[in-house]
Design a protein around this ligand. Structure first.
Ligand code: MV4
Length: 480
């Protein structure tokens, strides 16, 4: 087993990876920017090296510099976390060329899955259901229009190099087609340096179901069931859960097996996630594969009892998976709420400031993955996610109840957070009943709704105050 790993990341995920590494008896190396000098991931690590000024382009994204630091400190392997260089095939290659191990898939898998069209090509012979659409980049507007007519409107134009919703355009009817396609191409060129776009039938009210997979270097691949990630706003996930409340055991098995085939199609090694859309008739379609550890991986850990980072490290160390598909069972239900330093009443504007009070909830079946402590300034250079509030219950209802309790116990003063928004979701009838799709936030969230909640609370508070006054006035003979 390697002895020392470097975590090429920051915040909650760097800390979370280090905790597992330490439990496994490995030494940890943190890298940090000047903005993170006093961050928990820096304090926790056995060694820490400053790699540059706050902007990620001058620090966390400097792959060569990070590799140099790792070599100087005799690091055996590098874990990239999520974001930053995690899905950068060249970075993984450079790590391996330098004689260290990259804790992640081979660059081939990252490259194939980094292109939506290459991904579709790779999985085609495995008979994986995909949304009807074109199988190659399309540049000719009239040709594209003909295909769109055949598929039927609404259709979606997607950038091949895009992902996570970037570079997508919905086209409702033929008359908008040419214009939208031109825009999509120029957007893709600007954002990704690759103007390849393709078209798909637009699935209007899908659920986002993703499957966690694990693959070792010996061709063993298992899936760790699904995560339901439909509660998102503008492609930013807010609430995730496992298992999904809509999958039957039979459908779960089918999608899980499809995900395993996707992993096989790109010779996947390590932990990865295969994304599917589920339509209102329970048809599922492969969308893309994320070749990294995902933010929401804890809900899978809660229901399987596995530590995904430990699995990643063991696989990278050349160990065989120590279990097979039949050994894996779902136990209970888990939710994750992403707590952002954002003002949900002000259109989720980033809320910067100091964490005057920061007291996360704790207790059995509550897990908080964070990278902050009281008194810290929330840096403006990075993602504004403060923490992930994760709860577990024996069933969905128990887990929902626990989440509401945990939200009310969570004390954060100094910045606005999305905790009230989380409360709104977990109290909402559509969410509680499981009858929701990716349109949930757009459909139900409006500032009016939250103002109504506040008004109701204010009314209740006023009523209490009045009752108390009446009581006191009896005793003190105050005027009524
Ligand atoms: C779609 C779709 C509907 N039809 N593709 C968004 C993220 C990216 N991974 C793919 N996405 C979508 N692709 C077709 N043909 C709707 C989405 C989508 C979505 C998917 C998952 C979670 C949230 C979403 C929100 C809006 C749109």
């Amino acid at each position: 087993m390697f002895k020392k790993i470097l975590i090429a990341n920051r915040g909650e995920i760097a800390l979370r990876i280090m905790k597992t590494a330490r439990n496994m008896g490995l030494k940890t190396v943190a890298v940090f920017s000047e903005a993170d000098r006093n961050a928990p991931h820096v304090k926790f690590a056995d060694e820490a090296v400053c790699i540059g000024p706050p902007p990620s382009s001058e620090s966390y994204l400097l792959g060569d510099k990070i590799i140099k630091v790792a070599l100087e400190l005799n690091v055996d392997a590098i874990h990239p976390g999520y974001g930053f260089s995690s899905e950068n095939a060249e970075f993984g290659e450079k790590v391996e060329k330098s004689g260290m191990i990259f804790i992640g898939p081979k660059s081939h898998a990252i490259r194939v899955m980094g292109s939506k069209l290459a991904a579709k090509d790779a999985v085609r012979k495995y008979d994986i259901p995909m949304v009807p659409g074109t199988d190659k980049a399309i540049t000719d507007v009239s040709e594209a229009k003909e295909i769109a007519e055949k598929i039927g409107f609404p259709i979606l134009i997607k950038a091949s190099a895009g992902g996570g919703g970037k570079g997508m355009r919905i086209v409702e009817n033929e008359s908008e087609f040419a214009d939208q396609m031109k825009r999509a191409i120029s957007e893709a060129e600007n954002a990704f340096g690759d103007g390849s776009v393709f078209i798909e039938k637009f699935v209007t009210s899908p659920r986002h179901i993703e499957i966690q997979v694990l693959a070792d270097n010996f061709g063993n691949i298992v899936h760790l069931f699904e995560r339901e990630c439909s509660i998102q706003r503008r492609h930013q996930k807010v609430v995730e859960e496992a298992p999904s409340s809509v999958l039957t055991p039979a459908l779960r098995k089918q999608i899980g097996e499809a995900a395993v085939k996707v992993a096989k199609a790109c010779d996947y090694v390590g932990a990865g996630t295969v994304e599917f859309l589920l339509d209102d008739e329970q048809n599922f379609y492969f969308l893309e594969m994320n070749t990294r550890l995902q933010v929401e991986h804890p809900v899978t850990e809660m229901i399987t009892g596995l530590d995904l980072v430990e699995q990643q490290i063991k696989i990278a160390n050349g160990e065989k998976l120590s279990f097979s598909q039949e050994d894996l069972k779902i136990n209970g239900h888990a939710f994750e709420l992403r707590v952002y330093a954002e003002d949900s009443l002000e259109n989720f504007m980033p809320s910067v400031g100091k964490l005057e009070v920061y007291r996360p909830p704790s207790g059995k079946n509550i897990r908080v993955d964070d990278g902050f402590t009281e008194g810290m300034q929330v840096p403006i250079q990075y993602d504004p996610m403060l923490s992930k509030l994760i709860v577990f219950g024996k069933d969905r209802n128990e887990a929902m109840q626990r989440m509401l309790e945990a939200i009310s116990e969570y004390e954060i003063v100094g910045v606005s957070t999305t905790l009230p928004f989380g409360k709104f979701v977990f109290e909402h009838e559509a969410f509680r009943s499981g009858d929701f799709d990716t349109n949930f936030v757009k459909k139900y969230w409006s500032v009016d709704k939250l103002n109504a909640i506040h008004a109701e609370e204010a009314q209740v508070a006023a009523l209490f105050a009045l009752k108390q006054y009446l009581k006191d006035s009896e005793k003190l003979r105050l005027p009524k």
